[in-house]
Design a protein around this ligand. Structure first.
Ligand code: HEM
Length: 328
């Protein structure tokens, strides 16, 4: 018999994910009614939901039963709620499925809850802990290449604070490289490989008792896997290939309604903000591991990691401020 407390801890992240769209809808209603304090509280709730997944993963860390393992994996998936909600709002329409996104959302998370709740009894089988050294190296090498694009891409968005024209000029220069016929397919291929290898690594790490740094690394990786799928689906498939929309500043900032006041676009705000935060935090997590492996003292590597996360949060906030109309 499992004790009740353990069961509830395992499915609370599912309940939190189920509630995620309500925070966004509530925010939209509150902001439309000029209820500033309430809208701020609901937006904080929308951000707290995916971030709470990291706390739940810490609480579930290292527990030995199969129920706990499933709960941990679904908890890591719950961190990816913001990009999953964007994906659910775009992909079904592209596939000709016209079911309300909220219905799909409820179905996904009810299925996740049942997957956890009805886990078989007994401890985790040892076979789940297989070596992954080659995956780690390949993931790290691909990350170094992808980081060049990401750092340019985020710097480009930071220049949105100077206005759409500056953003456009920098993007036009960047496109000559990353949209070049020989480079773009390689970049997309590398990102797809990164998603697949990242999921493989997360699957393995989630079966082990790990430290808080690793939990953040796995949780941010889970977010990024979904973020990249959703973001590439929106930019490359929906906008460019299907609807022939220019993926410029207006597209990114949800013009003309904007990110804040449009009932659909509000989902892009946590999606983008946490996307920028988690990609930088995830890169810093990888660098921390590399630093320690190369003899850097753990205390120094840890301080580098904390400083990087603070910088990541500030950069994400600045990008979002620009997307919401702030100019310097
Ligand atoms: C933080 C807010 C972000 C915003 C507002 C944003 C916006 C955009 C825009 C406007 C494009 C179209 C670019 C173009 O047409 O040249 C784009 C493409 C793309 N973005 Fe982002 N992005 C964000 C974050 C990220 C992050 C964190 C990644 C992580 C890897 C990422 C990966 C990509 C990729 C792979 C493409 C497709 C590039 C291509 O081949 O054209 N984005 N994004």
């Amino acid at each position: 018999m499992r004790d009740g407390r353990r069961n509830w801890m395992g499915v609370l992240p599912v309940a939190a994910a189920l509630a995620y769209p309500s925070f966004l809808q509530g925010f939209h209603a509150a902001v439309s009614a000029d209820a500033i304090a309430l809208s701020a509280a609901l937006l904080i709730g929308a951000f707290a939901m995916p971030l709470s997944g990291i706390w739940f993963a810490l609480r579930l860390n290292g527990r030995p039963m199969r129920f706990d393992l499933r709960a941990r994996r679904v908890t890591f998936a719950s961190i990816a709620a913001p990009p999953l909600f964007v994906f659910v709002g775009v992909a079904p329409g592209l596939a000709g499925i016209h079911i309300p996104d909220i219905a799909i959302w409820i179905a996904i998370w009810l299925a996740a809850g049942l997957y956890v709740w009805f886990a078989p009894d007994g401890p985790v089988a040892p076979a789940e802990a297989r070596p992954i050294a080659r995956w780690r190296v390949a993931h790290g090498v691909a990350a170094a290449v992808i980081a060049c694009f990401v750092l340019f891409h985020l710097t480009n968005h930071l220049f949105g604070l100077e206005g759409p024209q500056v953003h456009k000029a920098i993007m036009a220069a960047g496109r000559k490289v990353y949209r070049a016929p020989l480079i773009e397919p390689v970049l997309v291929g590398l990102l797809l490989f990164q998603i697949a290898s990242g999921v493989r690594l997360a699957w393995r790490w989630s079966s082990l008792k790990v430290d808080a740094y690793r939990i953040f690394q796995v949780g941010s990786g889970a977010y990024l896997a979904m973020f990249l799928l959703a973001h590439m689906n929106s930019a490359l498939v929906s906008a460019r290939a299907v609807h022939h929309i220019e993926t410029d500043w207006a597209w990114a900032s949800g013009a003309p309604g904007g990110l804040i006041h449009d009932a659909w676009n509000i989902r892009l705000l946590p999606h983008y903000a946490l996307g920028a935060f988690f990609i930088l935090g995830h890169l810093a997590s990888g660098l921390r591991v590399v630093m320690i492996a190369h003899g850097v003292r753990a205390s120094i590597a840890n301080r580098f990691w904390i400083a990087s996360l603070v910088a990541a949060a500030l950069i994400a906030a600045a990008i979002i401020a620009g997307l919401c109309g702030v100019r310097v």
